[in-house]
Design a protein around this ligand. Structure first.
Ligand code: 3PG
Length: 222
């Protein structure tokens, strides 16, 4: 990986840290991607993880990337190199996965793409670290022990940082953001599949405004 690729990955991590929240979205119709991106942007959460669980995912990533260059668009549920390639070709700036897949991690490393693999235990964190990964997704965060688990991992893995995801919403977001090793929190509560399907972008924007306010309250960065 070149120095430029490395600095691009660091820049994306810094940006995710400033934003503090990664909305996890599942889109059934890519035509809705531009409106969804606009709602998140105007709500103050300029970031999104489009899960590769629907046929519309790659098209949605491409539409958001083209329509909203200021939006940090990533892909989620990336389980294979084929999906990773498809997501990056569509314009994804980072990839999230529920697992540590060695082939995916290696492909991302060779191509300078930020991959955030999913972990749930010290053994899995250790595996990710051995692959050269600096940022992991604690998933499913609440089931894996939540903030207690994150604080317990810190002395053992002092350089590892996290994007906890799974069971986080506006009720417990601040608690996670207070953990020093947390870069940002992922979750579907801002833009659940039903709200997107209903085209209720006003509510999504409102939830983004609330989330951005919680991030400001904890970190005072914005
Ligand atoms: C995901 O879909 O990646 C996570 O499960 C999101 O979890 P949540 O729906 O509990 O936010």
């Amino acid at each position: 990986m070149s120095a430029v690729q490395r600095s691009n990955r660091s820049a994306v991590i810094s940006r995710l840290g400033e934003i503090g929240v990664v909305p996890v979205v599942t889109i059934d119709r890519s035509e809705q991607a531009a409106d969804l991106g606009a709602a998140l942007l105007s709500g103050g959460i300029p970031c999104v993880e489009v899960t590769f669980r629907t046929a519309a995912a790659a098209g949605a990533v491409e539409k958001m990337t083209v329509t909203h260059p200021d939006l940090q668009v990533g892909a989620g549920t990336v389980l294979s190199v084929a999906q990773a390639r498809q997501a990056v070709d569509a314009g994804a700036r980072f990839l999230m996965s529920p697992v540590v897949d060695l082939e995916v991690v290696e492909w991302c490393g060779s191509n300078g793409v930020l991959i955030v693999p999913g972990v749930m235990s010290p053994t899995e964190i250790g595996r990710a670290v051995r692959c050269g990964v600096e940022l992991v997704k604690l998933f499913p965060a609440e089931v894996a022990g939540g903030t207690d688990a994150l604080r317990s991992f810190a002395p053992v893995f002092p350089h590892v940082r996290y994007v906890p995801t799974g069971g986080i919403d506006e009720q417990n977001l601040s608690r996670y953001l207070e953990v020093p090793s947390v870069v940002a929190c992922g979750g579907s509560w801002l833009a659940p599949r039903e709200l997107i399907a209903d085209g209720d972008f006003d509510r999504i924007e409102q939830r983004a405004i609330e989330a951005a306010s919680i991030v400001r309250g904890v970190r005072g960065t914005r």
